[in-house]
Design a binder for this molecule. Structure first.
Ligand code: ASP
Ligand code: MG
Length: 405
């Protein structure tokens, strides 16, 4: 007998029928002998709908009231779900964030979970009642309702699992696991059976959108295994586990891509101390996150500085950089929105030399020019021309032996 926390995302609870299907699933699991705690998201689209309503009232909705509003999405699904379970002859009880309580700090819309006392959940479990927890929400020390940030129900689920010392946290979604790359652009993508937390974190930050990043960080910190699987099938999905629990030795476990970045180059910058700070301080003051940075030394004491920012921040970053360029006497500023980042990820890279050069070879063989490169212990990313994204992803997927056998 195991204690399992199951989280169902918005598409799995998108309407009453789907909620009933999930209830059947949960009951079946319980009748097999496991204890199940359920964490739910709002119905698909509901959180966006609520945000739109808020924007009709205030251009910048009051953070406290916005959290009160957004938390209602999950309130609806946990109540409906508990009713469905009761109708099917089992017992369930819904818990809003403050009723558990899921204790957080007071940062509205991006609150961090600090503690989850488990006595109420445990009491329900011991009575055979299925606890149904609202994802994404908590309560601050002042008693205010908080939310954890978009996609935050994943984090609620992992945190509840950790607090209860559950055996596994199952995240049910509309895909049946984590894939070696995006099957939409690479038909030979395969489902990964086991992947490490580190790889999953890289994948999430490099564009794969299966799990919310914070939930993976949380799981990694406490060694909570996550099972990502589909709520529409019964097949096993992907286990996210500690690195030493991986079964096979693979060099590269996945290929990711992102079209969310843009590139800015400042040409002929005077090469002296303090220049980088002068360029990047105003950008970070504007809360724009810079990803890759390259500085090439040119002849004399002038240098080019190239870096990437999220596409959505491109226009603002350009106008900031243009002002800085004038101030420091740089020659000109150029921007390019038509870029993509392709990356290979794998913990196997730690112990193997030559993985990066193999990536460059593969791209070269397909005539894909590399504009920028960055590496970490377990990933290599290249910025390329956006129009070669799919070609590059497929070539790397094949080149590193990830294609379906
Ligand atoms: N309902 C929230 C959102 O859409 C939280 C979640 O679904 O995880 O972001
Ligand atoms: Mg989600």
């Amino acid at each position: 007998m195991a204690l399992v926390v199951q989280k169902y995302g918005g598409t799995s609870v998108a309407n009453c029928n789907r909620i009933k299907r999930v209830a059947e699933r949960v009951i079946a699991r319980k009748e097999e002998g496991d204890d199940v705690v359920v964490v739910l998201s709002a119905m698909a689209g509901q959180t966006n709908y609520l945000i739109d309503l808020a924007l009709e009232m205030q251009a910048h909705p009051d953070p406290r009231e916005l959290d009160v509003l957004l938390s209602t999405g999950e309130q609806v699904t946990i109540a409906l779900f508990s009713m469905a379970v009761k109708e099917m002859g089992q017992d369930a009880r819904s818990f809003l964030g403050y009723q558990v309580p899921v204790e957080t700090d007071s940062a509205h819309s991006k609150a961090r979970i600090q503690n989850i006392p488990t006595s109420k959940l445990q009491e329900a479990i011991s009575k055979g009642i299925i606890p149904v927890v609202a994802g994404f929400q908590g309560v601050s020390s002042t008693g205010d309702i908080t939310t954890l940030g978009r996609g935050g129900s994943d984090t609620t689920a992992v945190a509840v699992a950790v607090s209860l010392d559950a055996d596994v946290c199952e995240i049910y979604t509309d895909v049946d696991g984590v894939y070696t790359t995006d099957p939409n652009i690479c038909p030979s993508a395969r489902k990964i059976e086991r992947i490490s937390y580190e790889e999953m974190l890289e994948m999430a930050s490099l564009g794969a959108k299966v799990l919310e990043i914070r939930s993976v960080e949380f799981a990694m910190r406490y060694g909570m295994p996550i099972h990502v699987r589909s709520s529409f099938t019964g097949t096993p999905g992907t286990m996210v586990v500690k690195e030493d629990e991986l079964m096979e030795d693979v060099l590269v476990s996945s290929v990711t891509y992102s079209r969310d970045e843009a590139r800015i180059t400042i040409k002929k910058v005077p090469d002296r101390p303090g220049i980088a700070a002068m360029i990047f301080n105003p950008i970070s003051d504007a809360n724009i996150i810079v990803d890759m940075i390259i500085q090439n030394t040119r002849a004399g004491d002038l240098t080019d500085m190239t870096f990437t920012v999220p596409k959505g921040d491109f226009d603002q970053a350009m106008s900031i950089v243009e002002k800085t360029a004038e101030k420091i006497g740089a020659e000109s500023v150029a921007g390019d929105k038509n870029i993509a980042k392709v990356s290979i990820i794998g913990v196997g890279m730690r112990n193997h030399a030559g993985i990066a050069s193999r990536m460059f070879d593969i791209l070269a063989r397909h005539n894909v020019n590399i504009l920028m490169i960055s590496t970490s212990e377990i990933k290599v990313s290249c910025i390329i021309d956006e129009k070669y994204t799919e070609l590059a992803v497929r070539a790397l997927h094949e080149g590193f032996g990830l294609d379906k056998k």
